[in-house]
Design a protein around this ligand. Structure first.
Ligand SMILES: [Zn+2]
Length: 63
């Protein structure tokens, strides 16, 4: 089960929440000020975010 990070729009509190795939996020509240609808933050520690995988194979066949 992945951990998502949320940031409160009201007080800026950041907190982590375990969420299942089908688990709704609209019930989430800030643990600090109880504000609704915190913003989902992309967690930095998820390591599967690498774009450039060296796909620059230019066939330089200069004759
Ligand atoms: Zn808050």
């Amino acid at each position: 089960m992945p951990i998502y990070e949320f940031e409160c729009k009201k007080c800026g509190e950041r907190f982590e929440q375990l969420l299942g795939i089908n688990e709704p996020t609209n019930d989430l509240r800030c643990p600090k000020c109880q504000a609704e609808n915190p913003r989902k933050v992309l967690s930095v520690f998820s390591s599967a975010s690498g774009g450039s995988s060296g796909a620059s194979c230019t066939p330089s066949g200069s004759t």
